[in-house]
Write a protein that binds this ligand. Structure first.
Ligand SMILES: Cc1ncc(COP(=O)(O)O)c(C=O)c1O
Length: 395
């Protein structure tokens, strides 16, 4: 039976990571996968996580399964981190959440809930979107529509195009939005644009589904949540896929949550039961370790304080790198790279063709996606000049 299976092509991003790892060029630069790297090119463990790990080890008495909704402390902490301590929806007890294996698990459970509620729902995705949205949501059976989002000419959001397209979204449709630090383009909505989306959702009745994988890496934890919180303050229903991979550095621990803001407490209980049944169908119980650490950090003033200070430095470093990269590229290549400074989070498109990105890989060992999406956090003091010089040679 199994001998009929053919080898599939490597995932485009993971394939490039592997190619970069195998490249012997001592000057190689890896700007492919979306992990935060420090100035040494290392994806670090947060000090708050190390401390939480030590206390967890000393106090942990069991490795029995977590409940299907996950760790209570974690759910409490992630709801408040995302929605804010002062959230009226939290005070009204109309929020539920389920701990998931990473943000991917959160997107998948969100899609399962949507499909259970409305199997014919169309999910509107930004053009471009994070490619993994397609298999994660599509395998549940949901249909897609695209809305215009990124304008390569201005390197910003084509908000008029977005609004025109989303005028066709109706009640029962879902609009997937990235809460901040858009992957792959780095171009985010302004708060007033979030307000327009809230108006449209109110008038047209569609449901926002917010992919929130980068809270704290754009402008800060509170600022990055402003658009999401605006929608939650105004709409009866919002679905959120939160991830602790980037902002707590818990990539391999697979720690995330599907948070659902519901019409009332009874509906929140119903949705919790739906989410639990969906999880049971796919993986049963969520992994514990990362959520136990995140729960401790998010609910402790001491550990939370250490973590917030560390995350602030990460955010500052990314924004400083954006300024440095703009400066060095303009110096070496000419042209206007100010968009790199305006964009947020880890990603930007450099605006190169697929052919130019291939030349960068082959001739210079500089690895970025064919779309010229770079992970800004892969830039550091040692490679920034080489990167800009290599780009100048292919343009
Ligand atoms: C846009 C977006 N959403 C969700 C995720 C989910 O990440 P994870 O499952 O690692 O938490 C990522 C990770 O790269 C992402 O870029």
């Amino acid at each position: 039976m199994l001998q009929n299976l053919q080898q599939l092509p490597a995932d485009p991003i993971l394939g490039l990571v592997a190619a970069c790892r195998a490249d012997r060029n001592p000057n190689k630069v890896d700007l492919t996968v979306g992990i935060y790297m420090d100035d040494q090119g290392v994806c670090p463990v947060f000090e708050a996580v190390k401390q939480a790990q030590r206390t967890l080890e000393a106090e942990e008495v069991t490795k029995a399964y977590l409940p299907a909704v996950g760790d209570e402390n974690f759910n409490f902490g992630i709801q408040r981190l995302t929605l804010g301590e002062a959230s009226a929806a939290l005070a009204d007890d109309r929020v539920c959440s389920i701990q998931t294996p990473g943000g991917c698990g959160a997107l998948r459970i969100g899609a399962e809930i949507i499909y259970a509620a409305a199997p014919n729902a169309r999910v509107w995705l930004s053009d471009p979107t994070w490619p993994v949205h397609i298999p994660l949501l599509g395998s549940v059976g949901l249909e897609f529509q695209a809305y215009r989002y990124y304008d390569p000419e201005t390197h910003g959001v084509n908000f008029d195009g977005m609004v025109q397209d989303l005028k066709k979204a109706v009640a029962g449709d879902v609009v997937l939005l990235q809460g901040c630090c858009h992957n792959p383009c780095g171009a985010d909505l302004s708060l007033s644009e979030w307000g327009v989306i809230a108006d449209m959702a109110e008038q047209q009745g569609f449901t926002p589904f917010i992919d929130f994988a980068y809270q704290g890496l754009g402008d800060g934890l509170e600022q990055d949540a402003a658009g999401l919180r605006l929608l939650v303050a105004r709409l009866p229903e919002v679905i959120i896929a939160a991830s602790c991979s980037k902002n707590l550095g818990l990539y391999r621990e697979r720690t995330g949550a599907t948070i659902v803001v519901c019409r009332d407490a009874a509906n929140a209980r119903a949705i919790t039961s739906q989410a639990q049944v969906a999880a049971r169908r796919i993986y049963s119980m969520p992994p514990a370790h990362g959520a136990l650490l995140a729960g401790r950090i998010l609910t402790s003033d001491h550990l939370g304080g250490i973590w917030r200070a560390e995350l602030k430095l990460v955010c500052q470093r990314i924004n400083n790198l954006r300024s440095d990269l703009r400066e060095v590229l303009e110096l070496r290549c000419g042209g206007d790279y100010s968009f790199i400074e305006r964009e947020k989070g880890m990603f930007s498109f450099l605006g190169l063709s697929a052919q130019q990105t291939r030349r960068l890989r082959q001739d210079f060992g500089v690895y970025m996606l064919d779309s010229s999406r770079i992970n800004v956090a892969g830039v550091n003091a040692r490679n920034i000049d080489y990167l800009a010089e290599s780009v100048s040679k292919v343009i």
